[in-house]
Design a protein around this ligand. Structure first.
Ligand code: BGC
Length: 579
């Protein structure tokens, strides 16, 4: 691979600090060679590094899978498309329908409602070094940082989707699923995050998109699902620096220009609340920063809003008919008691979660009050021009809404927490719990212990959908762009027949979609859903131990199998969608 870059190496600490990616200088040079200095921080040199060097120095060897060329799809045997036996009794006795369940005649999904499945590049692609991909921060986190992934697993092979995407698309199409949402790997397209563009990556995504279209599956593209090009993190601190704004915008320009005639739905970033929460990154593996730890997520958020809005406006200038949004995340927030303090805590929770990104884009270009009063103690407020740039830059309210939480004020009281920056709940100063105020019953059945944040709490979904619509008033409606549940202890099951029957996940999809039907019947404009996930995958710091798939993947053979929940999900649309 011919791509090289220049990085400046801080000799005193050996961490990569600066640079620009550019055409390479002819030789390595040492800056200020003839000067003396007693300040080690000023010792900086330039190194010419190839993509391969970046891998070797920062990640080390990676593993590869035996299937390493694009696989042609095999016909999906009709025997694998037989729905499972009924897992439950209908809750209302209006007569047996075909197949599987009773029908509430007052519910319907409109004809235009889209339903699909979702995945993300690092979690499913594998083939991490193939065809010029540069490393991302997740290659370092999984390979180099002990215990960051609790199982010490990596995304090196994941689901081998980079080579098996045709099969994957054929399988969802065979189920009747008409939408597939995936993310692009930024460091495949731009191995250094900016600079030289990798044509092989573009060709790969060309074919992925064309394959979707040939199967009648609508492709939906997310530009960024957490796999930041390593070079950008080590050049200037990644999302901590405003330098990321032009780099992200240029990356978006490449994608919009190439695919806007084939892809209508775009998501700029996935769940900034979560990936800004990755900061501070573990020490001694990335470029150092002087930004105080507790402030880092908010520097990230600031630059995300600037990057997203710049990309949105650019995308619209390329093709004004595109639907462009970001994906936020969070659960419904229920006051744990009827006290005034808990009501206040709930508002803080909205402001520090959804409101952080949704208020600026949907309401007024600026942070919600509780967040603003904190953030402006260390961040320059958005200028009027920036507010104008940010405001109005989401077409749909795309929310990854998995669960719900009870919210309460900190025991010491909200004011005491706000006044004490070393309080564990500072700066948001609210508490969450899954237990009702009686401290005995949980909000619903728990998911796998590896995802303690997630319980099945589908009863709250109608209220949540109303809240989204009433609060942020999205012009093109609300979409649930990720929802799903990890079946408890699924990884302990060893035989196929027990793995593929996933009763909690099946009930989750049935009840969640029923709740959406209720909200639609009450006037909420819900426009689509994406089940997370197309299949079991690399669940970030949980490795492969926690399963979210509606398909099981045997990671030794890379064979895929439908689970019962896949049929439950599709069946709800077979029964309720207007033909
Ligand atoms: C993320 C996915 C993740 C899923 C389950 C979502 O918030 O976007 O990447 O796998 O949650 O934890």
């Amino acid at each position: 691979m011919a791509f090289t870059t220049v990085i400046a190496l801080l000799l005193a600490t050996s961490s990569i600090v600066v640079s620009q990616n550019s055409s390479s200088p002819s030789s390595t040079s040492v800056a200020n060679a003839s000067q003396t200095s007693s300040a080690p921080a000023s010792f900086v040199t330039n190194l010419e590094l190839s993509v391969e060097d970046l891998w070797d120095l920062y990640v080390g060897p990676v593993s590869t899978f035996s299937i390493n060329t694009t696989v042609q799809p095999t016909p999906i045997p009709s025997s694998s498309l037989i729905p499972p036996p009924s897992l439950y009794y209908p809750s209302f006795p209006t007569g047996q329908q075909v197949p599987l369940q009773s029908k509430n005649e007052s519910w319907r999904f409109p004809k235009t409602f889209w339903y699909g499945v979702a995945g993300a590049s690092y979690q499913i692609e594998g083939a991490v070094k193939a065809e010029g991909r540069g490393p991302s921060i997740w290659d370092v986190l999984s390979h180099r940082v002990p215990g960051y992934v609790i199982t010490n697993e990596t995304g090196d092979n994941a689901d081998n989707n980079y080579y098996m995407y045709k099969e994957d698309i054929a399988r969802i199409a065979a189920l009747g699923i008409k939408t597939y949402s995936f993310s692009l790997s930024w460091s495949r397209i731009l191995p250094f995050g900016s600079g030289p563009v990798n044509e092989q990556a573009l060709l790969h995504y060309d074919d992925l998109i064309d394959t979707c279209i040939s199967y009648g599956v609508t492709p939906m593209v997310t530009l960024y699902h957490w796999d930041l090009p390593l070079f950008l993190q080590n050049s200037y601190g990644g999302w901590l620096s405003e330098k990321i704004v032009p780099d992200f915008t240029e990356y978006a320009r490449i994608a919009f220009t190439r695919w806007s005639s084939k892809v209508h739905y775009w998501f700029t970033v996935n769940e900034p609340i979560v990936f800004c929460g990755f900061y501070p990154l573990p020490e001694n593996f990335f470029k150092k920063t002087d930004i105080p730890k507790k402030q880092q997520p908010y520097f990230c958020g600031h630059n995300v809003l600037l990057s997203h809005s710049a990309a949105y406006r650019l995308g619209k200038s390329i093709n004004s008919s595109l639907s462009i949004s970001f994906k936020t995340n969070g659960g419904y927030k229920i006051p744990r008691t009827d006290s005034a303090a808990d009501a206040q805590a709930v508002q803080r929770a909205w402001d520090f979660q959804e409101g952080w990104f949704a208020n600026p884009t949907f309401l007024n270009g600026d942070y919600p009050p509780n967040l603003k009063s904190h953030v402006e103690t260390f961040l320059t407020p958005f200028t009027d021009a920036q507010k104008e740039q940010i405001n109005g830059t989401c077409d749909i309210f795309a929310h990854d809404a998995y669960t719900s939480d009870f919210i309460e004020a900190p025991e010491s009281g909200i004011e005491a927490c706000i006044a004490n920056s070393s309080h564990t709940l500072f700066p948001s100063c609210y508490n969450t719990t899954k237990l009702y105020a009686n401290n005995y019953w949980a909000i619903g059945p728990a998911s796998d212990p590896g995802s303690p944040w997630l319980y099945k709490a589908t009863d709250w979904v109608p209220a949540f959908l109303h809240y989204m619509q009433d609060t942020w008033k999205p012009r093109d409606g609300v979409a649930i762009t990720e929802f799903g549940i990890s079946e408890p202890y699924e990884e302990l099951r060893t035989n196929l027949a027990s793995i593929v029957i996933d009763p909690l996940r099946s009930a989750y999809y049935r009840d969640y979609l029923s709740a959406i039907l209720i909200a639609i019947s009450e006037g909420v404009n819900v426009v689509g859903t994406l089940a997370w996930s197309i299949y079991d995958n690399m669940e970030w710091s949980q490795g492969y131990s926690v399963k979210f798939g509606i398909q099981y993947v045997n990671l030794t053979t890379q064979e895929r199998y439908f689970k019962a929940s896949a049929f439950e999900y599709v069946n709800m649309f077979n029964v309720y969608q207007e033909k």
